[in-house]
Ligand binder design. Structure first.
Ligand SMILES: [Zn+2]
Length: 139
């Protein structure tokens, strides 16, 4: 279940639960969502996520930042930067792992195109997307 903050074309804001994001999009496309105030069927999603933001207290946010920082440091210190060769090297590592159970290196990071990422996934190679600029030093 997912909670969306919604807004009608008259500016009324309300929120509603949906099975998943696709369910919302289908209902929205077929004008099956109505504003509870003016019954408008022109509904758009608001920008904020009220189901997440109010629960994110200072400690949680601080822990998340600390965790991200540790993850960034671990990747930069211990993982090999494969750059644009990430997909090829991931395959090579995976092959090595399958051959004799040894890892050539603890981990890899680099850049990859979406279609390559899909291919790796289909080949059973796990990768984790990181936010853009995640590995750049904090300002
Ligand atoms: Zn309305």
């Amino acid at each position: 279940m997912i909670n969306y903050n919604l807004r009608c074309h008259n500016g009324h804001e309300f929120d509603s639960w949906f099975q998943h994001s696709q369910a919302f999009e289908t209902l929205q496309a077929n004008q099956l969502i109505a504003c509870p105030i003016c019954d408008s069927k022109q509904i758009v999603r608001g920008l904020n996520c009220p189901n997440i933001a109010p629960n994110l207290n200072d400690t949680t946010a601080k822990n998340a930042r600390e965790y991200a920082k540790q993850m960034r440091q671990k990747i930069l210190n211990e993982f090999l930067n494969a750059g644009d060769n990430f997909a090829d090297m991931a395959r090579q590592y995976h092959q090595q792992w399958q051959n004799d159970g040894t890892a050539l290196h603890q981990g890899l990071y680099g850049t990859i195109q979406l279609d390559e990422a899909v291919e790796l996934h289909e080949e059973g190679i796990d990768i984790i997307p990181l936010p853009k600029n995640f590995l750049e030093p904090e300002n």
